[in-house]
Ligand binder design. Structure first.
Ligand code: FES
Length: 293
C-alpha cells in the first residue's frame, strides 16, 4: 500500500477540474495508454492573458489523478510565463510529498503543461514530441528528459530515474546508459561546487551541514561504492544522525555495517562534523517498481 498524504487522497477522491475545455487556447497531451498512464490538459486564457480555466483528463493511478487535479488548481490565475515555472517538485510539494515510485506522475503533469503552452504559442502539435535521442525504448524516454529529471531533482541512482520518468523500468537494457547520464550531470554540478576540504572548526548551519553531507557523499563516498557496483542515497538528517539507504550491490552486501561505519561515517566525520553517526534506513529498501499501481 502506498503511503499517500491526506491531501493527495483528498484530490484523488474529489479531483478538481476534470474534463476538457471546449475551444481551448492550449492543449497538451503526454504519455500513452500502452505505458500505463496518459494525461490531456486544456486551458483557456482571459483577456489579460491569465489562465482563466484549466481541465484535465487522466488515465492512471491515484497519484496521476491527484497531481493533475493539483496542477490545474495551481496554474489558474497565472500568466503563461508564471505557469511555465511550475516544476514537478512544486506539484509534489503542494501535495505534501509523493511516494518516490510515483514521482513520474508529477513529471507527467509538468510535461503536459509545457506541451499545452507550446501548443498555444506556436500552434504546434498538441501531443508532446520527443526531442533528441531516445535512450529508453521501452518507455520512449529521451536523453534530454533523463538529464532534466536528474538535474532538477538531484537524482543519483538509476532507480530514482525510473521513479521520475520510467526510463529503465522495463527490460533494463538502458540502465547502463542512464548511469552514464547521471554521472555526466552530477559531474557538471560538482565542477561548480567548491572542492571539499576537511572540516573546519566553525559551526555550520543546518542547511550548510546537509549540503556538506550531500557533497561528501557525492564526491567521497559514492565513487568508492560505485566501483563495487553499489550506491548510496541520503534519506534524512536528524541532528547528528545521518540516515542513508544502500543501493545496488551494497543493498545485498553482508558487509553493509562495516561500510556504514568505516567508510560512510568516517568520511562524514572527516569532512563535515566528528559528532555525526550514520544509520541505515531499512524502510526505504528497494521495492519492485509497478507502473500501473
Ligand atoms: S530500454 Fe529502457 S527499460 Fe527497456
Amino acid at each position: 500500500m502506498w503511503d499517500y498524504t491526506d491531501k493527495l487522497k483528498e484530490h484523488f477522491f474529489n479531483p478538481r477540474n476534470v474534463g476538457e475545455i471546449e475551444n481551448p487556447d492550449g492543449v497538451g497531451e503526454v504519455g500513452s495508454l500502452a505505458c500505463g498512464d496518459a494525461l490531456k490538459l486544456t486551458f483557456k486564457l482571459d483577456k489579460t492573458g491569465r489562465i482563466k480555466d484549466a481541465k484535465f483528463k487522466t488515465f492512471g493511478c491515484a497519484s496521476a489523478i491527484a497531481t493533475s487535479s493539483v496542477l490545474t488548481e495551481m496554474i489558474k490565475g497565472k500568466t503563461l510565463d508564471e505557469a511555465a515555472k511550475v516544476t514537478n517538485k512544486d506539484i509534489a510539494d503542494y501535495l505534501g510529498g509523493l511516494p518516490e515510485q510515483k514521482m513520474h506522475c508529477s513529471v507527467m503533469g509538468r510535461e503536459a503543461l509545457e506541451a499545452a503552452i507550446e501548443n498555444y504559442r506556436t500552434g504546434g502539435k498538441k501531443k508532446r514530441e520527443l526531442e533528441g535521442r531516445i535512450v529508453c525504448t521501452c518507455f520512449g524516454v529521451t536523453e534530454k528528459e533523463i538529464q532534466r529529471v536528474v538535474r532538477e531533482n538531484d537524482l543519483t541512482t538509476v532507480e530514482q530515474v525510473t521513479n521520475y520518468c520510467k526510463a529503465g523500468g522495463g527490460c533494463g537494457g538502458c540502465q547502463g546508459e542512464i548511469e552514464k547520464i547521471i554521472e555526466r550531470v552530477q559531474g557538471e554540478k560538482t565542477k561548480v561546487v567548491p572542492a571539499l576540504v576537511p572540516r573546519r572548526a566553525e559551526k555550520l548551519t543546518n542547511i550548510q551541514k546537509i549540503q556538506l553531507i550531500q557533497q561528501t557523499i557525492n564526491e567521497q563516498i559514492r565513487p568508492a561504492l560505485r566501483a563495487h557496483g553499489g550506491n548510496i542515497e541520503l534519506i534524512d538528517v536528524e541532528g547528528n544522525k545521518v540516515i542513508v539507504a544502500f543501493r545496488g550491490m551494497c543493498a545485498q552486501c553482508m558487509l553493509t555495517e562495516f561500510t556504514m561505519k568505516d567508510v560512510v561515517e568516517a568520511k562524514l566525520r572527516e569532512f563535515v562534523d566528528d559528532e555525526l553517526f550514520v544509520e541505515e534506513d531499512k524502510d526505504s529498501a528497494q521495492q519492485p517498481h509497478n507502473h500501473r499501481e
